[in-house]
Design a binder for this molecule. Structure first.
Ligand SMILES: Nc1nc2c(ncn2[C@@H]2O[C@H](COP(=O)(O)OP(=O)(O)OP(=O)(O)O)[C@@H](O)[C@H]2O)c(=O)[nH]1
Ligand SMILES: [Mg+2]
Length: 361
């Protein structure tokens, strides 16, 4: 397709790096240099401990801004070493209090820590789902010394391109800012949340006494992903019973190889049991480091991620070639009414994208 040499390419093309060849025009080239400098500068600032730069970089990812891909790409060389820990459990189980304690424990050992709290804000009211939940930001900021701790809340609503993907990308950026440990808190209620902690190196599932038979009724999915079980609020009655129930259910737990997920009792408000939890996570890390397990796990992780990223990119491509929300809706209507065959539709849509791409070359 012919393009005027002097015209600016579509903004998206500019940011997606489709404009790097000099022959496309001096204008592109200059724009490219300026823009690359901007992204590199942001990442350099972020890595030098500028928390505002880090916040800006995360916002770009969260909003799926055109720069997001380049920011992630610039961050990538600084990732792959930190330990990512997912903490999940029922609303109000004490996850934030626990994460706060764990963050302090790591900081006490001289580690730099990043925390992501995936916030279940209601799509209807926009407010917090629960009344007495601990606002992580407040708790942690009150004793935040220097930049050794960074806390970020992420809303679950309005996430573009999948919450798990966005959270994983945000975790990458936080790690690239120089963190040794990234803790991710999610409420274990939805598939997305399960996927988030599943992507972590170590998954901690928090249970509390007083759940009655709830351990039995807990989603098998949650039980399966646990690398470490925590029975928090052990100051309440019934903690021993919950512990026994978990042990009885261990047979249900997924295939963790030779790793048997330990059960740790904690009172996160007082800090009781946190040392044992810290040690259990350390043992898990040591276990992963043996026999190339980390490598296997990370490879499996990237396989999932690459697949997800590819799906997203293809969908985006389809959308930019005319598959508007409106068109999708009218196809859906016709398919629902039996007037259109969805199986044939897909190949027509796929063909259209590739035909359009071919025509552009
Ligand atoms: N008795 C007791 N209360 C606790 C313990 N841990 C946390 N709590 C209290 O439980 C409430 C909820 O704690 P959070 O840390 O906000 O729980 P959460 O799981 O992060 O909650 P959401 O993020 O809203 O799902 C707070 O009032 C805490 O003080 C504990 O070990 N014992
Ligand atoms: Mg919380």
């Amino acid at each position: 397709m012919y393009r005027f040499e002097w015209s600016l390419p579509p903004v998206e093309d500019l940011f997606l790096g489709k404009h790097t060849t000099f022959k496309q025009g001096q204008c592109y080239f200059i724009y490219d240099r300026i823009w690359m400098t901007r992204v590199n500068e942001l990442v350099t600032q972020m890595r030098s401990g500028d928390v505002r730069a880090l916040a800006r970089a995360i916002s770009l990812i969260e909003n799926a801004a055109p720069d997001a891909v380049e920011v992630l790409s610039a961050c990538f060389p600084y990732t792959g070493k930190a330990l990512h820990i997912g903490v999940t459990g029922a609303p109000g189980a004490g996850k934030s209090t626990l994460v706060d304690r764990l963050a302090r424990a790591w900081r006490g050992k001289g580690s730099k820590v990043g925390v992501i709290a995936v916030d279940p804000t209601s799509p209807f009211t926009g407010g917090a789902l629960l009344g007495d939940r601990i606002r992580m930001q407040e708790r942690l900021d009150s004793n935040n010394g220097g930049d050794s701790l960074y806390v970020r809340s992420m809303a679950t609503r309005g996430s573009l391109g999948g919450l798990a993907q966005t959270t994983a990308d945000v975790a990458q950026v936080i790690e690239a800012s120089g963190r040794d440990v990234v803790l991710i808190e999610t409420v274990g209620v939805g598939q997305d949340e399960i996927e988030i902690v599943r992507l972590a190196d170590v998954t901690v599932v928090v249970l509390v006494p007083g759940m009655g038979d709830d351990v039995q009724s807990l989603k098998a999915g949650i039980m399966e992903i646990a690398d470490v079980f925590v029975v928090n609020k052990a100051d309440r009655e019934g903690a021993d019973r919950v512990e026994k129930e978990i042990c009885a259910m261990q047979s249900l737990a997924g295939n963790h190889g030779t790793w048997v997920s330990p059960v740790v009792k904690t009172v996160s408000t007082t800090g009781e049991g946190i040392d044992a939890l810290f040690a259990a996570i350390g043992q898990r890390r040591d276990w992963l480091e043996k026999d190339g397990r980390f490598k296997t796990r990370r490879t499996a992780y990237w396989q999932r991620r690459i697949e997800g990223m590819l799906q997203q990119a293809l969908l985006k491509e389809a959308r930019s070639h005319g598959l508007s929300e409106k068109e999708l809706g009218s196809h859906a209507e016709r398919v629902a009414a039996g007037a259109e065959d969805p199986y044939r539709l897909i190949s027509v849509l796929v063909e259209r994208v590739f035909a359009a791409r071919g025509g552009e070359r």
